[in-house]
Structures are given as structure tokens and as C-alpha cells.
Ligand binder design. Structure first.
Ligand SMILES: C[S@@+](CC[C@H](N)C(=O)[O-])C[C@H]1O[C@@H](n2cnc3c(N)ncnc32)[C@H](O)[C@@H]1O
Length: 330
């Protein structure tokens, strides 16, 4: 199945497994033949989510799907304008690339904006309760860290993270519709008072004092955050599926894809303070994400390398339907 996956719990039932495999096969053929567009795509997503809930092994198999199959994955939107790979210059002079819709939907801003107009809530790979033991071990909540969530989308589970105590939180997404969803989830009582997702002026850098609480939501591109965040302004980052998507924005050319990813990782290197932590939950492009943090070995120290990991309390990293990485900013 060419899909990134939502979090799930494991139970093994052979009948269910067979049922699930057959259903997925039939749905795949239907999609291939008819390209029924948005509605079916999201029905499929709900179905696969249901299947995953019952079949951890199927999830693992899915996560091993090739990069190319994901690149050419489903979810194509019949009604959408077909755009060519486009390149725009960022304020820092770098080229921000968008693939055409036949190459990769998950790398396209338009795709995400349309998705968020239709779908109120979706949490990729895992919710906060699954990530909590791994994140809190690396980033203690008592230290009142300044946390950044790149590409928050319509992941409502991050509200639980805020309520857990990570209240000095900033989040962004390049899809403005995702930020609108996030604003609704967090509600006015948790939003930073000056938070205005459409305002991305440099003035923002000065509007929030360091010790103030509240989530600050912005529309921004992970590959160029220069107008939004100061150097060394975060103690921790939790990203889930966003670096995957940034890599996919490079289209089929893996060199270009790597460059897009590198831009985002360089921005993380700039805005995370020395000793700060980046936690990444990645699946289809996990290898590329892993490699991107090795490009400058003097900048990042690997703390979690995507392999199986167990916390002192006994939580295992295979509770999360993707690989868990963590790096310390050197
Ligand atoms: C797979 S979704 C993950 C959403 C959310 N983090 C979650 O875990 O449910 C990827 C998200 O990254 C966002 N995204 C992709 N490329 C981006 C970029 N260059 N800058 C900012 N956000 C981006 C998309 O709009 C989308 O919301």
C-alpha cells in the first residue's frame, strides 16, 4: 500500500489479516483503474487505518514500501490543475521546488491545502501518547523547553502534548489550511495572544518573550524560516512526517529531493540551540532523513538512530508506526 500510516495498536488475527490483504488488493486495483480522486483516497485512508489497527505486521510491510511507489502513490485529484515542477526562490536565495501532481502528491502544498479543507483531523504515524515516553526522556517537560513542531497539519494530538506541559510551543506549516485546523484544535485559550497565522513578518521575532506560554502558529516553509525564527531559538523540535514530505517535494530526482531536505535540516541547525534536540518520526523517506543529518557531522550527534529502542519504563519504539530518530545539536 502506497501510503504513510496513522498510528495503530497491534493485535494478530489471521482472518482479519487475510480480509485486510484482500480488501487492500481490491482497492488498489480499483484505484489504479479509475482514479476516483479525493473522496476515495480518504475513504481508503480510513480503511487502511482500520486495517492497521488490527495488523501491525501489515503496517510494517507498508512502511517498507519503496520510495518510488510512494512517489507515484494514490490520492491523485482528478479536479486539480496539473502543474509542472515549479521552482521559486526563497528569501535566503535557495530554490524551493514543487513536483507535479503525477510525481508526488505528498510533496505539494496544494495537495495538503485541499486535504485539510476536506479532512478535519489526522495524525500521522502516532499520537502523542505513543511518542510521549520517547520524547519526554530526551526533552524533560520540567525544563520548560521551547519546542517547535514543523508541518503540524491537522494533527490534533499535539494539543495533548501542549496540555502535558510543553506550553512554550511554536508550530508552522506551509499549508495555510493546516494552520487553520491547528488554530481550531488549540482554541483561543492555548493560542499565543499575538498569533496570527497569516502574519509572517520579521516583527514576529520580537513579539513573544522567551518565558511566555501559548502555542504560536504560523504559515511558513521548513526550507526557509529566516523571516520567522531567530538563530538558536528552540530547545527541541518534534517533527512527524514533515521531513518525509519535504524530501518528496524534490520529485523523482533524488539529488533535488536531497537538496530540498538539506535546506530544511540546515534551517533546523540554525534555529536549534547548541545542546538542543531534534526528534524525527519518519517512514517512507526515513533513510534520506537519516542521511541528511550526517552531511554535517560536526553539527549533529545521533542519539536515536531509527533502530528498535526501549525506554527505561519498557516502552518499545515499535509502538510507533515509523522510525524514531533523534539528534543533538552540537
Ligand atoms: C505527512 S504530513 C504530517 C502532518 C503532521 N505532522 C502529523 O504528524 O500528522 C506532512 C506535513 O508537512 C507539511 N509540509 C510539507 N512540506 C512542507 C514544507 N516545506 N514546509 C512546511 N510544511 C511542510 C504538509 O503541509 C503536511 O502538513
Amino acid at each position: 500500500m502506497n501510503k504513510l500510516w496513522k498510528h495503530s495498536s497491534f493485535s494478530s488475527s489471521t482472518d482479519d489479516h487475510q480480509w485486510c490483504t484482500i480488501s487492500i488488493f481490491i482497492i488498489s486495483i480499483l484505484l489504479f483503474l479509475s482514479d476516483v480522486g479525493n473522496a476515495f483516497h480518504f475513504v481508503l485512508r480510513e480503511k487502511t487505518q482500520f486495517c492497521c489497527t488490527n495488523h501491525r505486521k501489515m503496517t510494517a510491510k507498508t512502511n517498507n514500501n519503496s520510495y518510488d511507489s510512494i512517489m507515484n502513490g494514490r490520492g491523485r485529484r482528478q479536479q486539480q490543475r496539473i502543474v509542472s515542477t515549479s521552482i521559486s526562490a526563497s528569501s535566503s536565495g535557495n530554490n524551493l521546488v514543487e513536483p507535479d501532481e503525477n510525481t508526488s502528491n505528498y510533496g505539494r502544498k496544494e495537495y495538503w491545502n485541499e486535504a485539510y479543507k476536506e479532512e478535519e483531523e489526522f495524525s500521522w504515524y502516532s499520537g502523542w501518547s505513543d511518542i510521549e515516553p520517547f520524547f519526554t526522556e530526551l526533552v524533560p517537560v520540567e525544563s520548560k523547553p521551547r519546542v517547535l513542531l514543523p508541518g503540524i497539519g491537522n494533527d490534533s494530538t499535539m494539543v495533548e502534548m501542549y496540555d502535558y506541559g510543553y506550553t512554550r510551543m511554536k508550530a508552522f506549516d506551509y499549508a495555510s489550511e493546516g494552520i487553520e485546523c491547528a488554530k481550531r484544535f488549540f482554541g483561543p485559550q492555548r493560542l499565543f495572544i499575538d498569533s496570527d497565522s497569516r502574519s509572517n513578518t520579521p516583527i514576529e521575532k520580537k513579539t513573544r518573550k522567551d518565558d511566555e506560554e501559548g502555542v504560536d502558529l504560523r504559515v511558513a516553509d521548513a526550507r526557509d524560516l529566516s523571516l520567522l525564527y531567530e538563530d538558536n531559538s528552540f530547545d527541541a523540535v518534534l517533527e512527524k512526517g514533515t521531513l518525509d514530505a519535504v524530501f518528496l517535494s524534490g520529485g523523482k530526482d533524488k539529488k533535488v529531493a536531497g537538496e530540498q531536505l538539506q535546506m530544511a535540516v540546515s534551517e533546523l541547525a540554525r534555529i536549534v540551540r547548541t545542546g538542543g534536540i531534534v526528534v524525527s518520526i519518519a517512514a517512507p523517506c526515513a533513510d534520506a532523513v537519516h542521511a541528511a543529518f550526517f552531511v554535517e557531522p560536526q553539527t549533529w550527534k545521533t542519539i536515536r538512530d531509527g533502530n528498535f529502542y526501549m525506554t527505561e519504563e519498557g516502552y518499545t519504539s515499535n509502538n510507533v508506526d515509523a522510525k524514531i530518530f533523534a539528534w543533538e545539536r552540537l
